[in-house]
Ligand binder design. Structure first.
Ligand code: NAD
Ligand code: ZN
Ligand code: ZN
Length: 340
């Protein structure tokens, strides 16, 4: 089978032939149909974060495909069933976090395309308990971005506890942001969309943003404040300054939800303003299996639109460059043979 492999941090990925992986107990082998390119895969390939993967590895945590082999003990998935294989490859199921509905915080978790090989391949392994069934009628090419960009932003809006009378700022209308915007609208909020490219600002308007802010030309905090300040700001842009800008644009009691992970990112949070204004800074990491099930449910009901462009896996290195230049329509999805 073909796979795109990170051999060394910061080097182009290499397309290689690998033997088909054999599922161990509790695992399944998935014939991948579609695999999304999340900005996290670029951070992984560059070794951007304090906890790094170990090259060589196959990135990708938006893989969707058909189960083609069952490991020992797997009884609840069937051959031919379509599943998605998210970032949360497995969690222990026994710790305080797992037992309290926060499996995404499990310290024993293994992350797909980071701690084990991921979806930039024709075939991949998944732990059956964490392979999410994709409902009938959901196109695998749509399911791929929903598997990370969708679940992550859906969860971020839950964490922000967004309500219909609120102003929500979505900073960065890329793969994550274009879905965040839609979930904020579904929650009934008034949405301010912020980006720095014309295409993304146009996309935000098309997806129903109430307010579109070009961060190249405007003082984002000032515009948000003019509209009363944001009850919640979801920080999705891979840029430190953008976090500080939306934090300064919160209204009293507002919440900054940090989601993007710029390399070595830090922001200065002014103590006086934070205390006097009663604002919060919250980190949010992907979502649970239940969150992903809800994301698929919304999509199956026709309530979200996934903006994506399909490309062959061989284009992986150009595709990464295009994402870094902001030259893609929200999400690139590698088409690994949806017609097979
Ligand atoms: P992306 O590249 O598709 O989108 C980023 C968007 O931000 C682009 O539209 C870009 O034009 C815009 N942008 C850049 N600078 C900006 C600025 N100063 N102000 C406003 N917008 C700006 O990336 P993505 O795949 O959506 O991922 C975004 C980030 O989220 C990455 O750092 C990724 O690693 C992270 N991420 C986090 C989680 C999590 O669970 N916390 C999950 C997935 C991805
Ligand atoms: Zn991701
Ligand atoms: Zn656990």
């Amino acid at each position: 089978m073909k796979a795109a492999v990170v051999r060394a941090f910061g080097e182009p990925l290499v397309i290689e032939e690998h033997p088909d992986p054999e599922p161990g107990p509790g695992q399944v082998r998935v014939r991948v149909e579609a695999s999304g390119l999340c900005h996290t895969d670029i951070h992984a390939a560059h070794g951007d974060w304090p906890v790094r993967p170990n090259p060589p590895f196959v990135p990708g945590h938006e893989g969707v495909g058909l189960v083609e082999k069952l490991g020992d003990g797997v009884t609840h998935l069937a051959l031919g069933q379509r599943v998605a294989v998210p970032w949360l490859g497995r969690a222990c199921g026994r710790c305080e976090h797992c037992l309290s509905g926060w499996e995404t915080l499990c310290e024993q978790q293994i992350n797909t395309g980071y701690g084990c090989d991921g979806g930039y391949a024709e075939k991949m392994l998944a732990w059956a308990d964490f392979a999410q069934p994709v409902p009938q009628g959901v196109d695998p090419v749509d399911a791929a971005p929903l598997t990370c960009a969708g679940v992550t932003t859906y969860k971020a809006l839950k964490v922000a506890d967004v309500r219909p009378t609120q102003l929500v700022a979505i900073s960065g209308i890329g793969g994550l942001g274009h879905l965040a915007l839609q979930y904020a609208k579904i929650a009934g909020a008034t949405v301010a969309a912020i980006d720095i490219t014309d295409e993304k600002l146009e996309l935000a308007a098309e997806l129903g943003a109430d307010l579109v802010i070009d961060a190249r030309k405007n003082d984002v905090a000032e515009v948000l404040k003019r509209h009363g300040g944001a009850h919640a700001a979801i920080a999705l842009a891979v840029n430190e300054e953008s976090f500080a800008a939306v934090n300064a644009g919160l209204r009293r009691g507002g919440k900054l939800v940090m989601v993007a992970l710029p390399a070595h990112g830090t922001i200065q949070v002014p103590i006086f303003d934070t205390v006097l204004n009663g604002t919060s800074v919250i980190g949010s990491i992907v979502g649970t299996r239940q969150d992903l099930a809800e994301v698929f449910q919304l999509h199956a009901a026709g309530r979200t639109r996934v903006i994506r462009e399909t490309r062959p896996l061989d284009s992986v290195n150009e595709s990464i460059e295009d994402v870094l230049r902001g030259q893609v329509p929200a999400r690139i999805v590698f088409d690994l043979g949806t017609a097979k």
